[in-house]
Structures are given as structure tokens and as C-alpha cells.
Design a protein around this ligand. Structure first.
Ligand SMILES: NC(=O)c1ccc[n+]([C@@H]2O[C@H](COP(=O)([O-])OP(=O)(O)OC[C@H]3O[C@@H](n4cnc5c(N)ncnc54)[C@H](OP(=O)(O)O)[C@@H]3O)[C@@H](O)[C@H]2O)c1
Length: 326
């Protein structure tokens, strides 16, 4: 009989609970990670409702990133060995005792970094790299606006932009406490979006070159108003809705670029390229502690339902992480 393990089943209408499923086996270029900590992502809430299915070939269970110890390696794996401490971007399956992933989606966990911190890195850093740097080409000295500054993504975007030499960094958050954190992380201007219009603040600062947008809705037209000539806007989510009305003349006159990407559905080769770029350009900062992880809270894997409730309520600051004892 196939070996089994415990994983959180994806149930829209019942509380999340552990169930026994088949333990994964590695393909030639894959590894199996013994999961010690798994980061929650807002996309998990969508997947649970059936709105964000895993791409073909990915595990059916939720979980887009984890940290742990390599338990098995496929025949063709060259870089990693059993026992290595790693963190990983996953197509799914992080809410489980073990998960299988392509070797190109792994990064080495720095010495001294615990698994909870490690579970906050891969998805956020690779998303930020793919959008802010690869797609929007944020360059030294340019002005950057990061919406959702205390989201799992936002805390990394601010720090990576700062380390890459961005000029002015503006970021938004929904409370004074959250604004204080984004200022500590490197934002020069922290806007409480419940009290101030970020677009007015950005205009008063001369406009922005690059926007990382996870809000969509009415923000999209505002972004077109505040970008400078040759400005770039990247949309990665739409808390305020995906359907918008725009005056495209603003885009044309600004010679702007309005784009968007997703990470999950990309090929293993594309993810490997993004992993390589993150490792080359930013990993020394993680190792040296110049990139901080912001952990909101941890929940044992079996309490995934409570972790989802915390994310749904929206009061969290940084990452919510599921943990598993060794
Ligand atoms: N396309 C991709 O490849 C990709 C990859 C990863 C993540 N994402 C998306 O990126 C988003 C962030 O992910 P996460 O897991 O880090 O989620 P998260 O921690 O729940 O973050 C959601 C963020 O949205 C902010 N927000 C909500 N309404 C806002 C408004 N009107 N103005 C400004 N900010 C607002 C929240 O700010 P407050 O808490 O301050 O209210 C919060 O910081 C999610 O929507 C996720 O689906 C996309």
C-alpha cells in the first residue's frame, strides 16, 4: 500500500481539517520536502472557494510556499541532497507533512534562520522580483509606490526596492500601526489609505515611476493619473475588483505600461529563472539579515482553519505561518 501522510483537505463549506492522503514521490528533477513551516497567502482563500485551482501537475492541496528539510531527491537532482534546509515556492501542497517540488523552485535556508521565517520568503520575493524588477524594471533612483505595504508581498517589496536603490518609496496601509511598520522597513512616505488619498500624496511628491498594485478597482485610474511619463504599473491582485473603466488617453500620453502577471501558472523553467535572479541579486541580503521577515502569527498545521480566519479578518501584519513539529 502507498505510504500516506497528513494534509489539510481543501473544503469550502466545512472547517479545514487534517486527512490522510498519499505521500508524494519525487520525479527525476524534483525533491520531497519534509514541511516544517508553510506560509499562508491570500490566494489560498480563493483556492478554498474553488476560484484559484492549482495548475496541471501541482498538488491539489493548498499551500504556495514552505520551509523544511529535504527528505528525498529525484534521480536527476544535482544541487540538493537529503538533509538540506530549504525554502520553496510551491504550485500547491504546502499544507501537508511533505510536499514535492521542482528543484529549481528551492532556495537555501540561511544558517541561523528558523523555518517560520524561511516560510515567508520564497513566494513574496519571487513575486516581487517578477513584477517590480523583471516586468516593471524598477531602476536606481526611481520612485516606487507599493500598495498594501504590510501584506506578505508588500513587506518584501519595500525592502527589495530600497536595497535596489529606489529613490522615493511610497506605500499604503490601513492603520497608523501598519504605517509605522512600513516606514521602518524603508518607505519614505507611509499613507494611511483610510484617512488620506494616496493619489494626492503621490502627486504632491511629483508622481511615481513604478506601482505595485494589489488593489485594482478604482485604484487603476488613479495610478494612470499619478505615473510619470514612461511609468509602469503592475497588477497582481484586485481587492477592489477586477473590472474597471479607464481613460486610455492617460496611458497613451504618459507612454505608460499597464501590465499584470501571476507566478503560480508559470513553467518550472520560468520559476527557475526567477529563483536564480532572486538568489543572485537579493539572497546575500537575506543571509546578512538586511531583509527582514515579518511574522504576524503562527498556527499548528492542524489549526489551519483559525489561520484562514485570521487572514479573512484582515487585521494581520506580515505573514501568517502554519507550523509542524519535527
Ligand atoms: N499575481 C501573483 O503572482 C501574486 C502572487 C502572490 C500574491 N498575489 C496577491 O497579492 C496580494 C497580497 O498577497 P498577500 O498574501 O501578501 O495578502 P495579504 O497579506 O492579505 O495582503 C492584502 C493587502 O491588501 C491591502 N489592501 C486591501 N485593500 C486596500 C486598499 N483599498 N488600499 C490599499 N491596500 C489595500 C491590505 O492592506 P491593509 O491590511 O493595510 O488593509 C493588505 O496589505 C493578494 O491579493 C494576493 O492574491 C499575487
Amino acid at each position: 500500500m502507498a505510504e500516506t501522510m497528513l494534509a489539510i483537505a481543501t473544503t469550502p463549506d466545512e472547517p479545514l481539517s487534517l486527512q490522510a492522503i498519499a505521500r508524494p514521490e519525487p520525479g527525476p528533477e524534483e525533491v520531497v520536502i519534509d514541511m516544517r513551516a508553510a506560509g499562508l497567502n491570500r490566494a489560498d482563500l480563493l483556492q478554498r472557494k474553488g476560484m484559484y485551482p492549482p495548475p496541471p501537475g501541482a498538488p491539489e492541496t493548498m499551500g504556495l510556499e514552505c520551509a523544511g528539510v529535504i527528505a528525498e531527491v529525484g534521480k536527476g537532482v544535482t544541487r540538493w541532497k537529503v538533509g538540506d534546509r530549504v525554502c520553496a515556492l510551491l504550485g500547491g501542497g504546502g499544507y501537508a507533512e511533505a510536499v514535492v517540488v521542482d528543484e529549481g523552485s528551492l532556495l537555501p535556508l540561511p544558517d541561523g534562520m528558523d523555518f517560520v521565517q524561511g516560510a515567508c520568503l520564497a513566494e513574496a520575493m519571487m513575486t516581487v522580483y517578477a513584477n517590480v524588477f523583471q516586468r516593471c524594471g524598477l531602476a536606481e533612483g526611481e520612485t516606487f509606490l507599493c500598495q498594501g505595504g504590510t501584506s506578505g508581498i508588500g513587506v518584501m517589496a519595500i525592502q527589495m526596492a530600497k536595497l535596489a536603490g529606489a529613490g522615493l518609496i511610497l506605500s499604503t496601509a490601513g492603520s497608523a500601526e501598519k504605517c509605522a511598520l512600513i516606514a521602518q522597513l524603508g518607505a519614505d512616505v507611509a499613507v494611511n489609505y483610510r484617512e488620506e488619498d494616496f493619489a494626492e500624496v503621490a502627486k504632491a511628491r511629483g508622481g511615481v515611476d513604478v506601482v505595485l498594485d494589489m488593489v485594482g478597482g478604482d485604484y487603476v485610474a488613479k495610478h494612470l493619473e499619478i505615473i510619470k511619463v514612461n511609468g509602469r504599473i503592475c497588477n497582481i491582485a484586485y481587492q477592489n475588483g477586477p473590472v474597471v473603466e479607464l481613460n486610455l488617453m492617460r496611458l497613451m500620453l504618459k507612454r505608460g505600461i499597464l501590465t499584470g502577471t501571476t507566478l503560480r501558472a508559470r513553467t518550472a523553467a520560468e520559476k527557475r529563472d526567477i529563483r536564480d535572479a532572486v538568489e543572485r541579486q537579493f539572497w546575500e541580503h537575506v543571509e546578512a539579515g538586511r531583509i527582514r521577515t515579518i511574522v504576524d502569527s503562527t498556527f499548528p498545521l492542524a489549526e489551519a482553519e483559525a489561520a484562514h480566519a485570521r487572514m479573512s479578518a484582515g487585521g494581520h501584519i506580515g505573514k501568517i505561518v502554519l507550523t509542524r513539529d519535527a
